[in-house]
Each structure stands twice: as C-alpha cells, then as structure tokens.
Write a protein that binds this ligand. Sequence first.
Ligand code: ZN
Length: 535
Amino acid sequence: MGTKKTRESKQAKQKTPTFLLELPLQVEAGQAKRIRGHLEAGRAFYNAVLSEGQRRLRQMRADAAWQAARAIPRTHKQERQAAFSALRGQYGFSKYALHAYAKQARVSWIAEHLDAVLAQTLATRAYQALNRVCVGEARRVRFKSRGRGLSSIENKRNDTGLRFVLHKPEEGKQGFLVWKDDQLAALIDWNDPVVKYGLDHRIKYARLIQRKGSSPKAQGADVEGFCYFVQLALEGVPYHKPKHAVGTDILGADLGPSTIALVPQQADASLEVFAEELAPDEKQIRRLQRKMDRQRRAANPDNYDEKGRIRSACGKKKLHWKSSKTYENTRRRKATKERKLAAHRQSLHGQKVHEIVAVGSTVIIEKSSSKAWQKQYGRSVGLRAPGMFIKMLRRTVASTGGTLLEVPTRTTKLSQFCHGCGKTLKKPLAQRWHQCACGVGPVQRDLYAAFLAAYLDPADPIPSCAQYVIPWEGAEARLRRAHERVQQRANEGQSLPRSMGHARARARRPESRSEPTQEPAFLLRRGRLEAWKER
Ligand SMILES: [Zn+2]
C-alpha cells in the first residue's frame, strides 16, 4: 500500500493539461457487431462492480462507527478523516479495493471482451459514482440498463488495449482505433487546423463513444442506428483559432436568466436576449413532447383515470407501460432534436464568448447563484444554461491571459446601488429602470448594473460614488444608445422579453409607478394570505 501511495502522489505531481479531440470512426458491420459485444460485456462488468461497491457502502454506513465518525465535529479535521478512512479500509470501499475486486471478477467470457486496464477504468468509474453517494453529492447510483447500454469506454494509456495508432506520413498518415483484433479507421481531415493541431500532440489515452444516430439509416450508422467516435485525450492546451483576436478593454457584464448586458469601458454597450436563437428549437421539442404524451395515452388507456391523470399504482402492482413503434420513433426524433439543441447552444455560447474576448479579456460580473435561478426561472435557465456560459467564459478568458472577476452579489448589490447618492434600493423585478431622485437615470437596469461592474476596483469590489462620477459622463449616452438599439429592433418586429423594459414597458416606467399594474398582484397575495389564515 505504501508504495502505491507514493506512486500516486508522483503521478499527481506530473499532472499535465489535457484537451480533447473527437474524430468519427468508419465502422464496418462486422466490427460494429464486435464493438457492441465488447460494450455489452463492459456494461455487465460495470454493473457487477457497482453492485459490489454498493453492498460495501451500505455495510459501512450501517456500522455504528460510521455514525460515530459523522458525529466528530468538522473542526477536528484530522480525527474525522482518520475515522472515515479506517472505515473505508475495513469495508474495502476505496478505488484500489474495487480495482482488486475488478481483477478477480474479470473472468470467463468477460475477460475475452475486456482488457485488464479497461476493467480498471470501469471500476474507477463505478467507484466515483458510489463515492458521490458516500460524500452526499448524489442520492443514488444508476445501473446501466440493457436498453441504454454503456455508451463510452476509455483506456488509461495509449500503449496497450484500446488505443489510437497514427501511421507515419510515409505510410499515409491514417489513424486507427485499435481494439482487440479490430482496426477502426478514423476520418481525419488534415486540412482542418483543429484536427492537425490536436494530432501533433501526445495522446494520453483514447475513449470510444457510441451515439445513437438520428435514425437507423443515418449516415455512418450501424444496423442498430449507432454511430461511433473516438475521443483522444491529448497533452497540452486546446487550439486557438487565429481569427479570435483578443481585445484590451475591460468589460462589465450583467447576466440575467434570459438577458445579457455588456458595458465595456471604451467600446459600445449592448443589451441582448441571451441565446435568443434557441427558442424555436425548444418549441419543436415541446411539440414532440406533447406528441409523445398523446401516443403514450393512446397505447395505454388503462393507465389513466377518468380525469386523464396517471393512475397511482394500487397495491404492489406496478403500472405496465407499452410503447408503440410510432412512440419510439417520436422519442428518437426528440432525442436528436435535444442533442442538436445542446450543440446549437454550445456554439451560441462560444460565439458570445469570443465576441466578448474580442473586446477585452478582463470581465467583471456579479456572481449569481445558478441554483436560485433554476428555482425561479426553471425553463429559461434550463434552455439557455447561463451557468455553462459562465464556465466557458471563465475558461476562454483564462486561456487568453485575462481574468474573469466574479464579485459577490451580497456585498456589491449592483442591481440596487445608485452612484449618484450612494443609496441601495431594492427594485421589484418588474421595474426595469433605474431612476433615482438624485438625478441619475432613467437607464435600463441591466445596462446600469453592467456599467457599475465595468468600473469596479478588482482589489476592493465595493462600489463607491466617487469612482463613478467621471465614467458616468461618457457612459450615460452609450447606455442610452444601447437601449435605443433594443427598441429599434423591437420596432422592426423582433419579440423581446419584458425584462428589456420595452414590450408593454410603458406601465413599468418609473414615472407611472403608481399605475394600477402592480395592484392586482398585491391584492392577490393578500387574498391568498387571508385564505391561508382562515384555514
Ligand atoms: Zn441616487
């Protein structure tokens, strides 16, 4: 054990950056059949390790010593850690213990399909899933069903087992994923700079990916409609397209659940619907969802009651669901649409990130809690994924040598602050304008918050009145222009969300705050309150 520990720490020290390159594979019918066999063996093996690990985890948690370890206060860090690791050792709940189990479980027919290293990576995967349950990050683990299967498998290194081999230039520069006796040809476009750059780097390991095509007849799909890809984990940093120049400005950003306001210190400000182009995609998906619901109802009339609700399972008898062939087709179409939506979203995020970086690579933004957003604006946040966008922005900005500064909302309160008088005043969500008695405004609130962010001092991100006096002189007109552009686009017929302070905005302009628009909501709330009291 001692030697293992040192080897592990040595490896950790040598950790190098990794990036991925994905290439499609050309797979013949016979090869596809063998791959499916290998993956099925992998699935069975993964489930076996997961089951064994789950058994160990349950036993460990049932031990009285587990509760005792949990009772140790978190301030006694070492004592707590020692107690837990003793328990893990006792019940064999660790990565290496599961590796050992994997070694003895890899027998007979499974051994013919899986190399020792692949078995080990699968065991690691199972351990990681279980460990998330153990430390409270997840509630349960999922076994891989036969229907869904195992859709990826990876190696740890590129010299044995599943590996990617690149022929030398004089041999034609072709690439193959080698697994057992099969050589799966990768489609390599050497004219693509991203591909060429990637293949010039050392391959750490290869991963085989199996994806469902849009239909069984999709290009490159096997008889069951699967397409295959190889993902290479390469040593180094990802390729930077030369067209992505990096600007020198400092930007303030305000990201709402569906809008993004950008205010650079020099360049033009902008206010946009965030990832606007996704809306039609989502509409199609929702239509398919409704279709699936109708088809499910038609195929299973006995599972619904007279009001059209799903019957609650009476007694121990579980509801049995039939799925028609047309239902399966719709489901496949919906899955394809969802995959496309995800790809579209990623490309829109990427575009926006590069747009930002082209202006400047120092970005200041208020740190928002994506979780809180999800609760309040579930659908919009699920569709646009602002959290993923921030992650991508952070990564890109860092790789260009800039910084993404996330300032805590609790201390800055940019959406409430007024630089004219220094007061913070909470605005109701419906009020999209900042207009203060001290003479600042009216200005669209998201743009104003982004402006405040742009001039924050990174060392001391607390807004003060003095720091904004001079910037405001130049910025006021820029912010107004940005909002005028929004208005113009709305006049040209583009629909904009209410939060832009435009469509139906008249009632929400500050000068008409006393209009009765807010009253019904207030009354309703009071009504509900009273009703609640009566109960
Ligand atoms: Zn003020």
